[in-house]
Design a protein around this ligand. Structure first.
Ligand code: AFD
Ligand code: MN
Ligand code: MN
Length: 397
């Protein structure tokens, strides 16, 4: 199909109408690195403030209706906090999204959680996962998003194969507790905080664990969880081909799991990932893929960085949608390398900001969400309110 002006806009509308991305509650809170944190007056410190900030991002962008929750940080009392959060869902028009158990902060997890040599600690970790699944059921959340920090720091200090067996048992038990509509997303990460081996280090291990756990388990690809030379879009193509791609935690990185804002270092990589998804969707493959942001905004303003990330993700998604895949297939088949590459890169070089702005106006949204955030004074207002609240609290402390 040739890409006339109207066809391009039709393509843009179709692509942007189909795009949603989940924002993380922890992206609004003060976070840091192991060298400390720089607190921000506008940072959210309560689940209510996180929902409020998420609602502002969704008001500006229109594509972030769900908020990923971290059980320990957002629901400190576990399932007992669900009614309060359901009230926040209603009040702010934002739904609870994926539910993230916390298997890495408790002191008992020093030598692992689901892979800990102690059966008692493994049982407690599994109990937390099962509680998190119940919380997900009460919210009607589809995805239980599991990340383990489990691993070891020194060769010979742990049995890697025993830990695989313990992990398989735990994930089977967790999978058996899922509701029919739920999924277990198994995230992999080759390094940090364990520095010799991590128990779920790559997409192959995660894929194996999905197959062992059951048909509702899927792989979660965190774009920051790869060695610098890894071809992530190739991993994505394999997971699409095998039907194991559950979703993404998007961020960018220069060195490691830096949790920088998506597209800030290598936008072309995200474009290439999105191209694989558009192409697979055209083949009826890419269903129910969860797009989620997983970033820590240590230096940038939390809400500004989140809006910037959402806008960048939309633009890269739209750029990838503009690839003329039929013509590309012709060049690929004939091995016309430069023609294929020039067509592919041509879509990436396209400035889609006018198209995205037109789509936003057609949907009753600000043409430039970042500018709208700056103009509306939301950040300044909540910074004053939250600073005053902190001052009031500390005056009683
Ligand atoms: C850290 C981990 C992982 C996890 C996230 C939220 O590296 O990406 O998904 O925390 O728990 O970034
Ligand atoms: Mn992640
Ligand atoms: Mn991470």
């Amino acid at each position: 199909m040739t890409h006339s002006e109207s066809t391009t806009f039709d393509l843009a509308v179709k692509a942007l109408d189909s795009f949603q991305i989940e924002i993380p509650s922890w992206g609004f809170a003060n976070t840091g690195t192991r060298f400390g944190k720089f607190v921000q007056p506008a940072a959210a410190s309560t689940i209510e403030e996180k929902f409020c900030d998420a609602a502002e991002v969704n008001r500006l962008t229109g594509v972030t209706p769900t908020l990923a929750l971290h059980v320990l940080w957002d629901l400190p009392n576990g399932i007992d906090d669900v009614p309060q959060v359901k009230e926040l869902e209603r009040r702010f028009g934002i739904r609870a999204g994926s539910i993230n158990p916390n298997l890495f902060e408790d002191q008992q997890y020093k030598f692992g959680s689901l892979c800990n040599p102690s059966p008692r600690i493994r049982e407690q970790a599994l109990a937390h996962v099962l509680d998190s699944i119940e919380i997900a059921k009460q919210f009607g959340s589809r995805d239980l998003s599991l990340w383990l920090a489990d691993g070891s720091n020194y060769p010979g200090s742990q049995s890697i194969r025993k830990r695989i067996g313990w992990l398989e048992q735990a994930l089977c038990a967790a999978h058996d507790r899922l509701a029919p509509s739920q999924r277990l997303l198994i995230e992999y990460k080759p390094f940090e905080p364990a520095f010799y081996h991590t128990d779920i280090a790559d997409w192959g291990m995660s894929s194996h664990l999905c197959r062992v756990a059951g048909l509702q388990a899927r792989v979660l690809v965190d774009t920051g969880h790869h060695y610098s030379a890894q071809n992530i879009e190739q991993i994505v193509a394999w997971l699409l081909h095998t039907g194991l791609l559950g979703g993404f935690h998007f961020n960018d990185r220069r060195y490691a799991d830096d949790d920088l804002t998506l597209g800030s270092i290598d936008p072309y990589q995200i474009f290439r990932i999105f191209h694989e998804i558009h192409a697979a969707a055209a083949d009826g493959l890419a269903r129910s893929i969860a797009f989620m942001i997983d970033q820590s905004h240590n230096l940038k303003g939390k809400i500004e960085a989140t809006v910037q990330t959402v806008v960048t993700a939309q633009e890269l998604w739209l750029k990838a949608a503009l690839v003329d895949r039929e013509q590309l297939a012709v060049h690929q088949q004939s091995c016309d390398l430069v023609a294929a590459e020039e067509l592919f890169r041509g879509a990436f070089w396209t400035d889609v900001r006018p198209l995205a702005a037109a789509w936003r106006l057609a949907r009753g949204l600000p043409a430039d969400p970042l500018a709208a955030l700056r103009e509306c004074g939301y950040v300044e207002r909540i910074a004053r309110e939250r600073e005053n609240r902190q001052a009031a609290i500390s005056s009683y402390a």
